[in-house]
Design a protein around this ligand. Sequence first.
Ligand SMILES: C[S@@+](CC[C@H](N)C(=O)[O-])C[C@H]1O[C@@H](n2cnc3c(N)ncnc32)[C@H](O)[C@@H]1O
Ligand SMILES: [Zn+2]
Length: 378
Amino acid sequence: MQLNQEITTITEGKTKILIPKASLENKVPPRDVAFFNPRAKISRDFSIIAYSAFLKKFHGPKTFLDAMSGVGARGLRVANEISQVEQVFVNDLNPTALELGRKSAELNNLQNYNISEDETCRFLSSFSKKGMRGAIVDIDPFGSPTLDCGIRATVHGGIFSVTATDLQVLHGLFNDACKKKYYGTPIKTEYADEIAVRLILGCIHLVAARLDVEATPIFVENNMHYYRVYVRILNKPDTRDIMGFISHCKSCGNRGIAKDRKELCDICNAKMEVAGPLWVGNLFEKEFLKDMLEEAPNLAVDKKCGKLIEKCILESDMPGCYYTLDEVAEMRKSSPASLEKSIMRLQDNGFVSSPTSFNPTGFRTDCKINKILELFSI
Ligand SMILES: C[S@@+](CC[C@H](N)C(=O)[O-])C[C@H]1O[C@@H](n2cnc3c(N)ncnc32)[C@H](O)[C@@H]1O
Ligand SMILES: [Zn+2]
C-alpha cells in the first residue's frame, strides 16, 4: 500500500497512530480506506486505565486480543503505553487498516504487535484453546457485538471488554431487533443509558452461562456514540440468577429494578412499563474501580477519566435506575436544583444518594419519587 497525502499521523496518549486524514475532517469518520474515530479517544483512555490496573494484579501470560482493531488505535496504545503487557494480537478484515497499524507499530518501535487479517470469530477461535487464551479480549464493532467467540477466547480470570454502538436498537426504536440481539427490550426513560448497559450485560451473562462461564461486570462507561462494558470472566458454571426487569410508571415517575416485573405502580396504581429481561446486579466492582483510580495519574489519559471513576466509586453500591434533576424539575414545574444540594437533602433525610457516571445531572437514591418531590419542595 502507498501511504500518501491522504494519511496523517496523530499522537493519542503517548502513541503515534497513522490514520486516514478524512477521519479528522468528516463528522462521521468514513470506513474507507480505514476506520478511525477520533472522538472515541476517551473510550480508549478508559481501556488503558482499566487494562493497566488489571494487568498489575494479573498472574499469567499478559496477552491482549483486539479482535476488531481498525487502524489499531487501541492495540497500539496497549502495546506502547502499558508496560506489563507482553503480546498484542490485532485483527481486522480490512488489510489497509492493518497496514496502517503495522506502519504505526514501526513508528513506535513496537516489537510485540502482531497482525492478523481474518473474520473476528475465526481470529478469536484460534485463541480459544486452553493455554492460548487472552488475558484481555476486546470486541469493538460497528453495531452490536458477537459474544460467544470473545468469551471463549478470554482466559479464566481475564477481562472481556465489549462495545455496542447500535444505540437506536438499545433505546427502543426497534424492539424486535433488540430482543433478537440482546434477548430483552428497553423502554424510553430518562435513564435509558442504564437500561441499555443492563441489556448488554444481560446478554453477555446469558451467553456466558450457556458456555459454563461466569461474566461479572467490573466497569461500564458510555458517551453519546457508544456503550462499553468490562466483565471479568471465570470458567465455572454460572448458577447465579441475576436477570430481572426494570418497571417504570410513566404517570408518576416511580421506578424499580427487581427479579420480578411489576405490573401496577405502588404509588399511583397506573400500569407500569417494563424493560428486560436484563442484568439487575452490580454494574461496578468497587475494588477494581479503586485500582483504576490509583492507576489513572500514571497514564497519558484525559483528566476527565479520574473524575468519572470517582463517580463510579460513589455509585457502585447505590440502587439502580437513577433520576435526573431535569425530570424532577419538570415534575415540580420549577427550575432544577443543584446536584450537590439535592444529594445532600436526600442524605440529610436518611436516604442513600450519590451522583452517577451516566449523566452529569443524574443522581441515585433509595428515596421514592413521591418523597423526592416532597423533599425538594421544602
Ligand atoms: C469500530 S471499528 C474498530 C475501531 C478500533 N477498535 C479503534 O479503537 O479505533 C470496527 C472494525 O471492525 C472491522 N470489522 C467489521 N466486521 C468484521 C469482521 N466480521 N471481522 C473482522 N473485522 C471486522 C472493520 O473493518 C472495522 O475496522
Ligand atoms: Zn405511578
